[in-house]
Write a protein that binds this ligand. Structure first.
Ligand code: GRG
Length: 302
């Protein structure tokens, strides 16, 4: 690994540790959970949210915020909120009615460790907690908090991640064409990554041109993330992934790597990284960490 890549990995891993501690504190915190909160529900939420994951989305929020000089605890709280929302999507995605997975992040999925009803409710509670955290993000002006709530709702909902998941489920009955696959992936996977990058610009009160630039960057790395994920699904083993591998192929679901092969996928990933790097060029060295994140996303092995 190059020195530059090693420095990125060290920074990324330190940030993941901070996110883990913040999430643990939030999920232990009396301010969010009054005495009446059912303890089994809370335990299932912790199971779904703690103890694993790359914590990529909070990292992107923090780095995009620091690109514009945002300071204070606001970016970390928005990152934590986004990560809880991401965890809800994984808990629900793993349910028997959806992907029907037994393992996630190297551990039993929430419905396996508890039961289906508890997993549905734990996901619901993680989603609603995410919005509570955005609404009271410390040090963030009210108009920015409202903008963040609106952007997150749009990217997470029917026009974003949830809509993408619906298109993905529909693809089990009818094969999608290439454009439809790309659109489904941009919604299912790209939407939250786009929010992560745009959130930093919103937090810092950046210009609308910079906000659009960061959105565009998020869209490019979102596509790269999904392509890399599909490639891993084709090539990696379950022990490396911490979940079942080869599931898409097993279900006859078309992915772009399955349609075009590994060489085409690697070339497309390189083009997306170049696009992401070019979008950061106006920021000079300040954009180095986000550029390294784009390369990590495209080349990742987990
Ligand atoms: C159920 C509403 C709803 C949405 C589900 C996120 C999602 C939409 C489905 C997950 C299935 C999947 C494998 C999607 C591909 C990309 C993805 C989101 C992978 C998981 O994200 P990582 O790699 O996971 O960031 P960690 O565990 O590192 O947090």
């Amino acid at each position: 690994m190059s020195e530059r890549a090693a420095a990125f990995e060290a920074r990324f891993s330190a940030a993941a540790g901070e996110t883990e501690a913040r999430l643990a504190a939030i999920l232990a915190d009396g301010s969010h959970f009054v005495e009446g909160t059912p303890q089994t529900l809370l335990a299932a939420m912790r199971h779904g949210a703690l103890g694993g994951g790359k914590r990529l989305r909070p990292f992107l929020v923090a780095e995009s915020a620091s690109l514009f000089g945002a300071v204070g605890d606001g970016p970390a709280q928005i990152g934590a909120a986004l990560e809880l929302l991401h965890c809800y999507s994984l808990v629900h995605d793993d349910l028997p009615a959806m992907d029907d997975d037994d393992m996630r992040r190297g551990r039993p999925t929430v419905h396996r460790a508890y039961d289906e009803a508890t997993a549905i409710l734990a996901g619901d509670a993680l989603l609603t907690l995410a919005f509570a955290l955005v609404a009271d993000a410390p040090g963030v002006p009210p108009e920015s908090r409202v903008a963040l709530v609106a952007a997150l709702a749009s990217e997470a909902g029917a026009a974003g991640m949830v809509g993408g998941q619906a298109l993905d489920l529909a693809a089990e009955a009818r094969s999608l064409d290439e454009d439809e696959i790309a659109r489904m992936q941009a919604m299912k996977t790209g939407a939250l990554l786009t929010f992560a990058c745009e959130a930093g610009a919103i937090l810092a009160g950046a210009s609308s041109a910079d906000r659009a630039r960061l959105r565009h960057f998020g869209q490019a790395i979102g596509l790269a993330f999904q392509l890399a994920d599909d490639l891993l699904d084709e090539t990696a083993d379950a022990a490396t992934l911490g979940k079942a591998a080869g599931k898409d192929r097993g279900r006859g679901k078309k992915t772009l790597p399955a349609l075009h092969g590994v060489d085409w996928t690697r070339a497309r990933l390189a083009a997306l990284v170049a696009e992401a790097e070019a979008l950061l060029s106006p920021f000079g060295e300040r954009g180095d960490t986000l550029a390294a994140a784009a390369r990590f996303i495209a080349n990742r092995d987990r």
